[in-house]
Design a protein around this ligand. Structure first.
Ligand code: HEM
Length: 468
């Protein structure tokens, strides 16, 4: 219908079949990302709750800290949409964690989080794995002998190895890993061709299967699952040492626990690889890009590391001792919000946001990217200023307004892993290397914003601080 529900949030008018997707798509082309387009649209309607209809689906985009916190915490926003696009993402079924909801999601999420912890993540085991990966990165940079490189690749490789160790108990073999990274990056590109989070015109896949990106996504999903499957088989034959996520899960399958199937295992592995790899390496990519562009900040960070850690290998607990470095990383989380448009969520009941009526089965998105530059919270929000997080008493402040990992029951279950990895690897690199641009030319600080935000490809020169 083109008639809006009574008291539905403000937004463009609707036409049959398309709702207002034409308006959103035109703006997305103009502004280069769905997130920016929606932000402009919300401003043009002077609203902090934007009401849309994409194809046949009602979509609401939420702005402002109070409203966003409501979505994070109220139970009726806990669902995930169930449409063609989401099913494509989950190998055709509603499995896994990221795109499941209800009792199955709760149980699987709890199981995965528990395994993450008992597998040592959040504890010293995880720290050791990360430190070891950091050493690999340092060795790689040293071997370059000052030859310029794009750090993005070695960072992505390293994150993938950590995730793979958690899932499948070992570092992944070099060629397989390269293939997997290529697949994941092709996958996110295919998603932007297919229209990101909000493509609600699934029938277009029959008319333009290649162009719409759908068949590409499907083929990529199958290839990634094939790699995962191979490792499940290896575990079933007990060919891997130790005690990893796959073993724990297979044990539940063998015990015939309800909801524990091989399909489910495959989807959860896929969820972890997709949710964890590019997000984590992009934060580090932005952090290195920022010190590369800012000599003064880089020197301040180095001086702090040098003074407090000296030559000692960084640990997770050093975070509270390295105040400026920590504030710098918080500012990276704020300034380059990796997931600027969080969700999608699905309302499980009729509800209200800011006085507006939101019907059951509405898709809800949270504009955390806008919240992180909201002038009501941040002074000079468009400036990169680590000091905004430093309290004169020598502690961090204002971090309660930062939501890089969301909040509430659907909050990122990988946050501890991601934060430790980012801190330890960043400090480890700056402790041993000076990061400089090539021949003094600064690469662009402007991010590329698809489903997640990424730095534009850039190269840097890594010069050892001391001759070892
Ligand atoms: C800097 C890195 C990361 C960022 C910025 C990030 C961000 C997020 C955010 C904002 C959400 C919540 C979305 C919502 O509220 O609907 C989320 C969910 C999720 N993340 Fe992360 N994440 C990161 C790293 C990781 C890692 C390393 C893993 C795996 C170990 C991971 C696994 C997941 C999963 C499985 C979910 C879905 C949770 C659910 O729906 O219940 N993420 N992430």
């Amino acid at each position: 219908s083109v008639l809006k529900p009574k008291n539905y949030p403000p937004g463009p008018n609707w036409i049959p079949y398309f709702g207002c997707s034409n308006v959103v798509n035109d703006l997305t082309k103009k502004y280069g990302s769905q997130w920016k387009a929606l932000s402009v649209l919300a401003k043009s309607f002077s609203t902090s709750v934007l009401g849309l209809k994409m194809g046949t689906e009602m979509v609401v985009v939420v702005y402002g800290e109070k409203n966003i916190r409501q979505i994070f915490t109220d139970k009726e926003f806990e669902g995930r949409p169930d449409n063609f696009f989401i099913r494509l993402r989950c190998l055709g079924k509603r499995l896994g964690i990221t795109f499941a909801d209800g009792p199955m999601w709760r149980e699987q999420r709890l199981f995965a989080v528990k395994q993450l912890r008992s597998g040592g993540f959040g504890k010293s085991q995880m720290e050791k794995e990360i430190q070891q990966e950091m050493m690999y990165i340092l060795r790689y940079l040293k071997r370059l002998r000052g030859y310029p490189c794009d750090p993005q690749h070695v960072l992505a490789t390293s994150v993938m190895n950590i995730l793979w160790t958690y899932i499948a108990g070992e570092r992944i073999e070099e060629n397989r890993l390269k293939h997997l990274l290529d697949l994941l990056s092709a996958r996110s590109k295919a998603f932007s061709i297919a229209g990101g989070l909000l493509n609600q015109v699934p029938w277009c896949r029959f008319i333009f299967p290649e162009m719409s990106g759908y068949s590409l996504i499907q083929s990529i999903n199958e290839q990634i699952s094939a790699i995962i499957e191979e490792h499940i088989e290896k575990h079933k034959k007990r060919l891997v040492d130790g005690n990893d996520f796959m073993y724990s899960f297979i044990e539940e399958i063998e015990n015939k626990r309800e909801g524990f199937t091989e399909e489910q295992l495959k989807t959860i592995c896929l969820d972890i690889l997709i949710a964890g790899s590019q997000t984590t390496s992009n934060v580090l990519g932005f952090a290195l890009l920022t010190v590369l562009r800012n000599k003064v900040m880089q020197q301040k960070i180095y001086d702090e590391i040098n003074q407090i850690l000296g030559d000692a290998t960084p640990t997770w607990t050093d975070m509270s001792r390295l105040l400026y470095t920590n504030a710098f990383i918080q500012e990276i989380y704020r300034y380059y919000t990796i997931v600027p448009l969080m969700g999608p969520r699905r309302t499980l009941d009729d509800t209200y946001i800011d006085g507006y009526f939101i019907p059951k089965e509405t898709t809800v998105l949270m504009a955390v990217g806008d919240l992180h530059v909201d002038p009501r919270i941040w002074c000079e929000p468009r400036k990169f200023k680590p000091e905004r997080f430093i309290d004169p008493r020598g502690t961090l402040k204002n971090v309660e307004h930062l939501y890089p990992f969301g909040l509430g029951r659907r909050r990122c279950p990988g946050d501890t892993l991601a934060k430790s990895f980012i801190f330890i690897v960043f400090v480890g690199i700056l402790q041993k290397f000076k990061v400089d641009p090539i021949e003094g030319v600064f690469p662009s600080a402007e991010p590329i914003i698809g489903l997640i935000s990424a730095p534009k490809p850039y190269s840097a020169v890594f010069t050892p601080r001391r001759n070892e």
